[in-house]
Design a protein around this ligand. Structure first.
Ligand code: NAD
Length: 502
């Protein structure tokens, strides 16, 4: 693994200027914690205030710039992402430990978002012309930007998720302060360097680094109109609480999941096994949409469990820069400990059948955060937190169900509702799950992972507050205005209201 590169110098970007480098915290490679990817400044309260002030100052000119001209900056950004795809993917693999093939796919997803934004710059989602009940009047529904947008993102999609938010925000005329995860600051910084190279005017996108305390300073600033957050439920809830005293504050929170694959008794068997394996273990189970519950019809479960475990045993977790591995390490030691606590909880629970006892695993480098798959079988039960909380690692339960009603009941018996996959050949049954389950993204005869930027990306319950990310975010980063023009020479009012002044 080509990890021995010099550490990146972390800087903040405020009003188009890069701060001198500072070394307040380190970004370490999850594949080998002795390797420093970069050293970064933890933004101070003054620097956070300066970043918000810079975004505020840049806002009027950016808002007045033609939407089409704003979109054209994204065309330049797309060319730069294409030029640097491999470098970005390698940096991502080193910094967050995802396999290089997945990292390339994520860069392509970010590119698609940028291309989408460029494309819709000339399209009609800008607004509508609508009729008025007075023939002489034309009414317009127009979207206007809010102002300053704070973008706070997680480590697991450090390139695509920020672009899902920054793309629509900047296209619509908002300016932004971006705080990437403290686990992936180098990828965040690289993204802002590309924005700058693409020529986005100073202050339209500002970068601050740091942990949750820095994020909280940003959220507390009343000059921030919109907070676009993706991350855990706990932090999303905190951000909504902090914003509650600001009635004109919009918060879009995309949060965790406790996703499931439902395998019906008419499923294509091999497809069902593959869908379960990919859903549970791709990205080492660290996607918001990863499945940690596979609900299998009781008739199939013995056979399914055998094939599922045999396949899981063959998965190879290793060097993120080697595309032949299925997946890489987990993000850090704290994540390892958290996942291992859930594993231990299951081991100690009576009535649970352990099928594959995984956990911390030796990696190529002694300091690597590698974990192997942990698989167990249990009836649905409410006394085991691992079955109801987000584990975010290679940890999965196989759970039997007797009929479709029971599968729905088990599926919905968690506080989250992000993604769902149904494996069946029966269209009536598929429709039943579509209508009865709680989720934001549903898949049929597929894994429950995999997003495309033109679709809404979001969930319900603890997974999201109803403002899906990616293309759908245009709705959040703008507010609708009504604009009515009278083409007549006298005033006529709607609803028969008299315009006479006696
Ligand atoms: P996290 O919630 O720990 O951190 C996310 C971001 O919030 C980071 O930038 C962090 O510094 C910041 N933050 C932490 N405390 C804060 C506070 N008090 N105020 C403001 N900002 C604060 O999440 P993570 O560990 O980086 O990512 C994993 C989580 O993200 C999982 O729960 C996963 O399901 C979720 N996720 C959700 C989606 C989605 O679209 N629904 C996508 C990817 C990841």
């Amino acid at each position: 693994m080509a990890l021995l590169l010099p550490p990146i110098h972390g800087r903040l970007a405020i009003a188009g200027e890069w701060s001198p480098p500072r070394e307040d915290f380190e970004s370490l490679s999850p594949a080998d914690r002795s390797q420093v990817v970069g050293r970064f400044p933890q933004a101070t309260a003054e620097e956070v205030r300066a970043a918000v002030a810079a975004a505020r100052q840049a806002y009027p000119a950016w808002r007045r710039t033609s939407r089409i001209v704003r979109a054209e900056y994204f065309d330049r950004l797309a060319q730069l992402i294409k030029r640097d795809t491999e470098a970005i993917a390698e940096l991502m693999a080193r910094e967050c430990g995802k396999n290089i093939a997945e990292c390339r796919a994520e860069v392509v997803e970010g590119l698609h978002m940028v291309q989408y934004v460029f494309g819709v710059g000339r399209q009609g989602i800008y607004g509508d012309v609508v009729a008025s009940e007075i023939a002489e009047k034309d009414s317009y529904v127009r979207r206007k930007p809010w102002g300053v947008v704070a973008v706070i993102t997680p480590w697991n999609f450090p390139f695509a998720v920020p672009l899902w938010m920054l793309g629509p925000s900047l296209l619509e005329g908002n300016t932004a302060v971006f705080k990437p995860s403290e686990d992936t600051p180098a990828v965040g910084q690289k993204l802002v360097e590309l924005f700058q190279e693409a020529g986005f005017p100073p202050g339209t996108i500002n970068l601050i680094h740091g942990d949750g305390a820095v994020g909280e300073l940003l959220v507390r600033d009343p000059r921030v109109n919109v907070v676009l957050f993706t991350g855990s439920y706990e932090v999303g809830k905190r951000i909504q609480e902090l914003s509650a005293g600001m009635p004109d504050r919009i918060v879009a929170a995309e949060m965790g999941g406790k996703n499931a694959v439902i395998v019906c008794d008419d499923a294509r068997f091999e497809l069902a096994v593959n869908a379960g394996i990919i859903s549970a273990f791709k990205t080492t189970g660290q996607r918001c949409v990863s499945a940690s519950r596979i609900l299998v019809h009781e008739k199939l479960l013995d056979h399914y469990a055998e094939a599922f475990v045999a396949t899981a045993r063959r998965l190879r977790f290793g060097d993120p820069l080697d595309a032949t591995y299925f997946a890489g390490p987990v993000i850090n030691q704290a994540a390892m400990q958290k996942i291992e606590q859930y594993n231990a909880q299951v081991r100690q629970t009576a009535g649970v059948q352990l099928l594959l006892d995984g956990g911390p695993a030796p990696g190529i480098h002694p300091g690597g955060c590698y974990m192997s798959p942990f698989i167990y079988r249990t009836e649905w039960r409410t006394d085991l937190p691992a079955l109801r909380e987000e584990v975010f690692g290679p940890h999965v339960a196989l759970i039997p169900f007797r009929d479709d009603e029971e599968a729905v009941r088990i599926h919905n018996d968690v506080d989250y509702g992000l993604s769902l996959a149904v494996i069946s050949e029966n269209y009536r049954r598929i429709r039943f799950f579509r209508d009865e389950c709680d989720y934001g993204m549903g898949y049929v005869n597929l894994p429950c992972i995999g997003a495309e930027v033109h679709l809404p990306f979001g969930g319900v319950k603890k997974s999201g507050n109803g403002h899906p990310s990616a293309a759908g975010l245009v709705e959040v980063v703008t507010h609708k205005t009504a604009w009515t023009i009278n083409h007549g020479t006298e005033i006529k009012m709607a609803q028969g209201l008299s315009a006479r002044i006696d």
